[in-house]
Design a protein around this ligand. Sequence first.
Ligand code: C5P
Length: 431
Amino acid sequence: MKFLKTRRKRKRILNSDLDMGILSEKKLLIGVSGGIASYKVCEVIRQLTDLGASVQVVLTKHAANFVTALTFETLTNQPALTEMFPEDGMVATRHIDVPRMVDRLLICPATANLIGKIANGIADDLLSSMIMVAGAEKTTVCPAMNTDMWFNPIVQKNVDALRELGYSFIDPGFGELACRTEGIGKLASVERIVSRMRIELLYSNVFKGKNFLITAGPTREFLDPVRYLTNASSGKMGYALAEAALSRGANVKLITGPTVLDTPEGATLIEVNNAVEMEEAVKISYPSTDILVMAAAVADYAPIRASRSKIKKGKDDLTLGLRRTPDILGSLAKSKEERIHVGFAMETENLIANARKKIQEKNLDLIVANNLLVEGAGFETDTNVVTIIDREGGEMSLPNMSKRELALTIMDEVAAFVGTRSSQIKSAIHV
Ligand code: C5P
């Protein structure tokens, strides 16, 4: 049960002597906007400063109605900033200097208003100006708001636009909200935020120099020039994994079946149609691969014969003869050597037992198991509900989360495996 242990230990480790100074070289700017969840950021600050991070807070005027600057100054031992034009002798260019000096900017909580401002290029106060200077790569956004606000199409459009630009998000969770309703919109847990910041501060380049080969999307197995067998895969999970690996400094080749998705910035795209083409493309790139992630929903069967011309409709039923397609991941089990192999398992019954079997059969390090019948999981949705299982049998069940956040979480676990070959990562993640 390595993952379960890892999770429990992560929580405990925050207070262990070993971890106390782990972020001591790191500078973090926390932007607080005016939502009731702003009181929770105090605990986030507490835990991050316990880990040694130097934290400074910049808060909006609305946020100061919920938590005072004095509270943040006491917790961080640094001035908490609000005013664009300071009267206290501080330099007037601090909206540029401060975000440039820090390693990361965490916006927590991020209100619908602030998200709207960032997405539309508005910089009308100190925090929004600093966010504009910091840019997408340096910034993590932690939204919290009422469910109706979160699902307002304008807010969703703004969030999507920011994700496209490369802003990292820690998605809000489900629960009882300050307005006494239940729904999605609750600030992510302190544990989740601290753990993500820790990883983002320490490991943004964890995959530098590593070659990822990621497959995505469905395959199409043609029976004639017009008709084909396929499945409902959208490719969203595989593309999100490519983006997540790229954001951690990896080189990424993305072998994809037909999708309508945009190529992730920086990925090398190889487009294929059917399982045989996908196998060929994987095998060509495999020798230079360090980490193989097979997220594609490869068809298991293809027509024995594909007709060159359109099969004429007749009066009688038509019987199709199908053959097995190559098991791409399984066929590489013996050539794996030092590589890391990650597979996916999608089932409607006996999910975990089958996923465990697949780990052994396909010689995998990790398998991501998702049950198609669970709400929020599956092919065409933007969210997924999965259990990640490792080769030693440890498992970690994750709540419903966006495919993009899930991709980052999967990459964190891949980093733990890379870490077994690099002491720095080993001591910090895979304890
Ligand atoms: O054997 P099963 O299809 O359940 O295993 C799923 C995993 O194997 C996925 O990671 C999928 O991408 C991969 N796969 C493959 N070749 C196939 C079918 C699935 O590599 N023909």
